[in-house]
Design a protein around this ligand. Structure first.
Ligand code: Z15
Length: 838
């Protein structure tokens, strides 16, 4: 690799080459310099916002040194790289993570104190980078952390949304969405105005036969939008490896005003063109597990895939290798079907632009891609209408038809007797209008397909991809059970617990190898350890109680059992089951004598999560939770025995406060619907127990921690189909306790019953698709067991500690090693010598 500075000048250059700071004084110098110069503030007007700015910029500089070295090192080494394509990266805050990973948190803390600030206040100044909806986006963020921490040469590719997921306000019990304009001050991104890609939309395809007699397709007369790269450094924990997350931003192709139009007085329409181009990367679609088929969403997908592919191919071509080497240099992982257009796009580049033959190109494509499936819910599976495709991406539609033709011919050859299979597995659904089935395209264009927990990986093989198991054999399918990064979800969110663990395990090695936690089992009966463990949980509950008091105005008793369900609001996740359970508890308390009440364990039911703006039923659930809270929390009969609160605007930084504060958390999806779940792992790792169905990763959590340490309930996934069927064909009696809950709602005890009728009728009259009535009894009985178990604090704490000790498997480091070995075939690259913090 050539250097741009010639040999004789390099000495001068190197003399001033930036060095990382490693002391309190150096940190202070950097922070003050940034506050006074970059931010143009002084000691007379430095508020916490400015102090955050100076601190962040000091750490940014610190990271950039490692980042540059890492990129140079990876280019020199020329190993296979991983590209993780995700429409969502739910990063949360970056400063605390940067301080931890470059191992300079102590210098910053002491330095900030010298300058008159408290570290915690400064950390809280940062806005979340909320470029995601829920589990899928947060998984991508955990994966970036693990990829860097394990020294894999890896890049993330995504979109630089101007608006992240909306902020949620609760007004009169209803969700109100506020736009999240988050880019006013973002020290973590580097605009690369020199790294741009022109992206084409619309237009037509011209075909001709060239001199050698070859069919050539030219996609022309389209509209061009420009993609501009913004790079975000991703530091690994306790390693100099600092990877890159490249986010694309859209702008009008000319970059400047169209002077033709400007001069002819069409100033406004020229501005309108500009704005239309910028619309592509303007906003994150706020749906989780739901696809709505909007044209702008398809535009986003192509814009991002095409820019990323161009970038990856450009980097590969610099190496001057033969095309057949491409899959040995590049592994691309598709996070769900959202980036599936990368498949026809690479095929297009190879055949239309690089002149490869179809078969050669297709074999490269298949070897390059891996596809992760995150759901079997039919409403979440992406399908795009053929007319929309034809209009927006005419050449890609042709290529998809050709891919389908080759594929169906293959199926026909191998299954000549099964004519019906062709219709079932075709990429094109023969509906009105025809639809492109993106999951099938992703599967056919990849060499491996994985689910995200064992049950889910089994389910995809027996349901949505059943035919494809016959066609390709079972080896195309694999499982990689999800994981979470212990850096953010243990050490950052729960510093005292992390410190306690480190004190017993002789240091923080467990943050790099989470399986070391198993040694904690030696301390399950250690009095002092148990006491400290309990005190930490209590302190975390006090912190959450304060947050609830500050935001909801409700006083909750930190000695009560904290029962938490925080996640996107969705019928399949069954927050309705939880709130019906709360109502049941309320009615039970009301019917008790004062003596009986004294025996009860006090509870706080805590809910949180956003509803997609157009998901009316989810919004109704939020409304009911708040309506119940308004009644229960003000009922003198109930007092501390039951509180019900909805924490507004659940996001990553709120999760860091909420997760460490649970006694019980709820993961109660209808069996077979939650692909994995990842907050279940976070809660247990932080010393909370869980109530859950036999679904997603709950099953593997049970296997790891032991069934005596989890509260499982409800029907199994293999019975769901029959139960659904029974709702329509046998008139069944509701559990009387659930009936009592519905009666209370209908009587108007939580406000006008009409507001909640759809929720109740969905169960009573419309088939109860999510089996709330089938699981209700076992749910409330299990909660009774929880009450009893919580009274025996000694055995409760033993369960919690034992569970923490057995959670090592759920580190996202383990996941990434599995992907690397089973899917990507990539190796870590040892970083350059100069280590962080040295
Ligand atoms: C999403 O957050 C998930 C799946 C999806 O298909 C979409 Cl569109 C969004 C979640 C799953 O619901 C959850 O079970 C899983 O843990 C998570 O992806 C990460 O795999």
């Amino acid at each position: 690799v050539e250097a741009s500075i010639p040999e004789p000048q390099r000495a001068a250059w190197q003399k001033f080459s930036a060095e990382p700071f490693n002391t309190k004084e150096q940190f202070e110098q950097e922070a003050v310099r940034h506050i006074e110069t970059t931010l143009a503030r002084s000691l007379y007007n430095c508020d916490e916002g400015a102090a955050y700015g100076g601190t962040a910029l000091a750490f940014r500089d610190r990271m950039v040194i490692d980042w540059n070295r890492t990129q140079q090192n990876q280019t020199f080494a020329d190993q296979k790289r991983v590209y993780y394509l995700s429409l969502e990266f739910l990063m949360g805050r970056a400063l605390d993570n940067a301080m931890l990973n470059v191992q300079q948190k102590d210098s910053a803390k002491a330095g900030l104190a010298d300058l008159g600030f408290r570290m915690e206040d400064i950390i809280n100044q940062e806005r979340d980078a909320a470029l995601g909806n829920g589990g899928l986006g947060r998984l991508a963020a955990c994966f970036l952390d693990s990829l860097a921490s394990l020294n894999y040469p890896a890049w993330g590719y995504g979109l630089r949304y101007r608006y992240g997921i909306f902020k949620q306000e609760i007004i009169d019990g209803y969700q109100v969405e506020i736009p999240d304009y988050w880019l006013d001050f973002n020290p973590w991104e580097f605009p690369r105005h020199d790294v741009t890609v022109d992206i084409q939309f619309f237009g037509n395809v011209r075909k001709y036969v060239d001199d050698s007699g070859k069919q050539v397709s030219v996609w022309e007369n389209g509209e061009i939008v420009q993609a501009v790269a913004y790079d975000v450094p991703i530091p690994g924990y306790a390693t100099p490896t600092t990877n890159n997350l490249r986010l694309w931003s859209s702008k009008a192709a000319s970059g400047e005003f169209d002077f033709q139009k400007f001069n002819s007085g069409e100033y406004e329409s020229s501005v309108a063109d500009q704005q239309r181009a910028e619309t592509i990367s303007a906003v994150l679609y706020p749906n989780d597990n739901l696809e709505r088929g909007k044209e702008l969403r398809l535009k986003q997908q192509y814009f991002w895939c095409a820019a990323s592919l161009f970038d990856i191919v450009r980097r590969f071509k610099k190496s001057k290798k033969a095309w057949k080497e491409f899959p040995n240099a590049v592994a691309i992982q598709l996070n769900d079907t959202h980036p599936t257009l990368a498949i026809p796009e690479l095929q297009r580049i190879l055949i239309d632009q690089e002149g490869l033959e179809w078969d050669e190109a297709w074999s490269i494509v298949q070897k390059t891609f891996g596809y992760t499936n995150h759901t079997v819910l039919p409403e979440a599976l992406e399908k795009w209408s053929v007319p929309l495709f034809q209009h927006l991406l005419p050449r890609h539609l042709q290529i998809i038809y050709d891919i389908n033709l080759h594929f169906l011919q293959y199926v026909e050859r191998n299954f000549p007797k099964d004519r019906e299979m062709l219709g079932r597995v075709s990429i094109i659904e023969e509906s009105q209008p025809k639809m492109v089935r993106m999951a099938y395209l992703a599967l056919i264009g990849s060499h491996k397909v994985n689910g995200v927990a064992e049950l889910h990986s089994d389910l995809i093989k027996t349901t949505i991809f059943k035919d494809f198991v016959k066609i390709y054999g079972p080896d195309k399918f694999t499982n990689v059970t999800n994981g979470i990064t212990p850096r953010r979800w243990l050490h950052q969110a729960n510093p005292r617990l992390s410190e306690l663990i480190a004190s017993k395990l002789g240091g923080y090695d467990f943050l790099k190898d989470l399986t070391l936690l198993h040694k904690l089992e030696n301390y399950v009966d250690d009095k002092a350890f148990r006491k400290e463990f309990q005190e930490i949980k209590f302190a975390n509950k006090v912190r959450l109680a304060k947050h609830i008091k500050d935001t909801n105005g409700v006083s909750v008793n930190p000695a009560a059992l904290f029962d938490i369900q925080v996640k996107r609001i969705h019928e399949y996740k069954r927050q309705q089951l939880n709130i019906f359970g709360v109502i049941h508890r309320y009615l039970t308390i009301k019917s008790m004598s004062p003596e009986e009440r004294k025996k009860l364990a006090p509870r706080v039911s805590i809910f949180g999560g956003k509803a997609a703006p157009g998901y009316w039923m989810a919004k109704t659930i939020i409304h009911l939770v708040n309506a119940v809270g308004a009644v229960v929390n003000n009922d003198k009969d109930v007092g501390d025995l039951l509180k019900c609160v909805f924490v507004e605007d659940y996001n990553v930084s709120k999760a860091e406060i909420i997760v460490p504060a649970s006694d019980i958390s709820e993961h109660i999806s209808t069996a077979g619907t939650e692909a994995s779940g990842t907050s279940n792992m976070k809660f247990v790792l932080n010393g909370g127990l869980i109530i859950g169905t036999c679904d997603g990763a709950n099953i593997e959590i049970t296997r790891e921690i032991g069934e005596e340490n989890i509260f499982l309930f409800g029907n199994l996934s293999e019975d769901v189909e029959d139960l659904r069927h029974a709702h329509f064909y046998s008139k069944f009696e509701f559990d009387p306790q659930l009936q009592r809950v519905f009666d209370a709602i209908k009587e108007g005890r939580f406000g006008d019953a009409g507001q909640f009728s759809a929720l109740v009728n969905g169960i009573v009259e419309h088939g109860d698709y999510y089996l709330v009535s089938d699981d209700f009894k076992s749910y409330i009985d299990t909660h009774t067991l929880i009450d009893e178990a919580y009274k025996d604090q000694e055995s409760w704490v033993s369960k919690c500690i034992t569970s923490v000790a057995r959670m090592g498997f759920f580190s996202s480091d383990r996941c990434i090693d599995e992907y690397a070995e089973m899917i990507w075939n990539v190796e870590p690259l040892s970083p350059t010598k100069k280590a962080k913090g040295v």
